[in-house]
Design a protein around this ligand. Structure first.
Ligand code: PHE
Length: 468
């Protein structure tokens, strides 16, 4: 697996090895969603019941959709816009464009959260007593309850984006691949250390038991939709990332095997995170939750009670930092690859640097709108009607409930029906790869996956469910 391959087209970047590609794609998929959203969902969705449901969704829906994105990328060897342009003539170019736009919006706020995470690494190492004194008040201060949050909105996100930029300007192989080769093993080491700490806490066994017992009474549409939405978000589908990363894969690689490994690693990390968080919160009597409020506020109650908790806390945020950085790099790469391929006169270095500066200022509005500035967005769904959420919430609603599922849907319809499932399967079979479940995949991608994504859209927009 480890050996390099000759480049077939010298101008086009390629991964140095398939292992590097798998790490990078897994690095994109494994992000904040796995670590702070999944455990809370598993808790509320009936423990093992949720996890089993999630596995089925990843195998039958998520993996099928990932194969579709990867094949389109590898077939065209282009960024999403170029890929759709080449395959569908001008009429479909906007789909790729929307993918690039989605990646752009997500990364603007994802990088902000990456900055907050860095700020918390430092805070736990230097000033854990102030966090413990009042975790919520501390978090609000970070977000600007007592003045402009310069550190959380500008300084730390600038460092975070700077690190991503540093990797991105060095290119696919020397930058992105190398970064993932360092950070991903680090991420796994941290995960196992934290797991060992959590499950050996007195009282942790109750949490483990809770996770292993399927609570069938929790089976309902909401739980099903939550698992579906989580899977798409967690696998980084629906914004052209896998298309872009797939475009750097050489033709002699087996995309099926790669998909299986990427999906397994992503799911493994989500499950491990659940087995870190849930036993710890059970042991320490903290209410399990999800998202930023949980990770930045509630978990402080856990770290406070553990011996050397400030170090465990710093390790936890370091884990989040690794996860967020590799996802951020994949998101920016989608935009960069589009810019440099559509405008060859702009260099990778220049486009990455300019983009990062734009992302920093656009993204700062996400942090500023949390408490400091009353910036609002506008939203409409079937449950709550017309509402004016804060700009930060609006950015998340826009991407999670609308853009990601919508893009994923069109992507999959395009591959299955416009390009043709048969031809896409042909791309998988290049260089003599046998596509064992070809007919099953074609059935899934033509009918099941679009229907499943349609359900996510209806649940999120029609019924206003929180899905990812
Ligand atoms: N998959 C990443 C996660 O689970 C998030 C992400 C979403 C990354 C979309 C890239 C694109 O956090």
């Amino acid at each position: 697996m480890e050996h390099s391959h000759e480049k077939s087209t010298p101008q086009r970047a390629q991964w140095a090895s398939n292992f590097g590609f798998i790490l990078a794609a897994a690095g994109s998929a494994i992000g904040l969603g796995n670590i702070w959203k999944f455990p809370g969902r598993a808790y509320h969705g009936g423990g093992a019941l949720y996890m089993i449901t999630y596995i089925f969704i990843v195998v039958f829906i998520g993996a099928a959709a990932m194969i579709a994105e990867l094949t389109l990328g590898r077939h065209t060897q282009k960024n999403p816009v170029g890929a759709f342009r080449q395959m569908g003539k001008q009429r479909w170019t906007w789909v790729g464009g929307l993918g690039v736009f989605t990646a752009f919006v997500i990364v603007s706020y994802y990088a902000q959260v990456g900055g907050w995470v860095m700020q918390y690494i430092v805070a736990y190492l230097t000033d854990s007593a102030s966090i413990y004194a009042d975790p919520a008040a501390y978090f609000y201060r970070v977000l600007g309850s007592e003045g402009m949050p310069i550190q959380a909105a500008f300084i730390y996100p600038a460092i975070f984006l700077g690190l991503a930029t540093f990797a991105l300007v060095r290119g696919v192989e020397k930058g992105i691949e190398k970064l993932n080769r360092v950070l991903m093993p680090g991420l796994f080491i941290l995960l196992f250390l934290l797991l060992a700490r959590s499950i050996t806490l007195p009282g942790a066994s109750e949490g483990i038991r809770y996770l292993l017992q399927p609570d069938f009474s929790k089976f309902n549409t909401e739980m099903l939709m939550s698992a579906l939405g989580q899977a798409f978000y967690s696998l980084s589908l629906g914004m052209g990332i896998m298309c872009t990363y797939g475009s750097y894969v050489s033709k002699d690689q087996n995309l099926l095997k790669s998909t299986a490994i990427i999906c397994s690693l992503d799911t493994l990390v989500a499950f491990l995170s659940a087995f870190i968080i849930i036993p710890a919160v059970f042991a320490m009597g903290v209410e399990p939750g999800m998202g930023g409020g949980f990770a930045f506020v509630s978990l402080a109650g856990v770290f406070e009670k553990i011996p050397y908790g400030f170090l465990v806390g710093a390790m936890f945020y370091l884990l989040l930092f690794f996860a967020a950085l590799t996802s951020t790099v994949s998101l920016i790469e989608v935009v960069v690859s589009y810019v440099i391929e559509d405008h060859p006169q702009i260099s990778r270095k220049k486009s990455t640097c300019i983009l990062s500066v734009i992302l920093l200022f656009l993204g700062s509005l996400y942090t500023l709108s949390q408490l400091y500035l009353p910036l609002k967005g506008i939203w409409l769904d079937g449950r709550n009607g017309l509402t004016y959420p804060g700009l930060g919430d609006f950015m998340e609603l826009l991407t999670d409930r609308l853009l990601i599922p919508f893009n994923a849907l069109i992507f999959c319809i395009f591959v299955a029906w416009i390009w043709g499932a048969n031809k896409a399967a042909g791309e998988v079979e290049e260089h003599g790869v046998t596509f064992h479940l070809k007919n099953t995949w074609m059935l899934l991608i033509k009918y099941f996956v679009p229907v499943a994504i349609g359900c996510i859209l209806v649940a999120g927009l029609g019924f206003g469910m929180a899905l990812s």
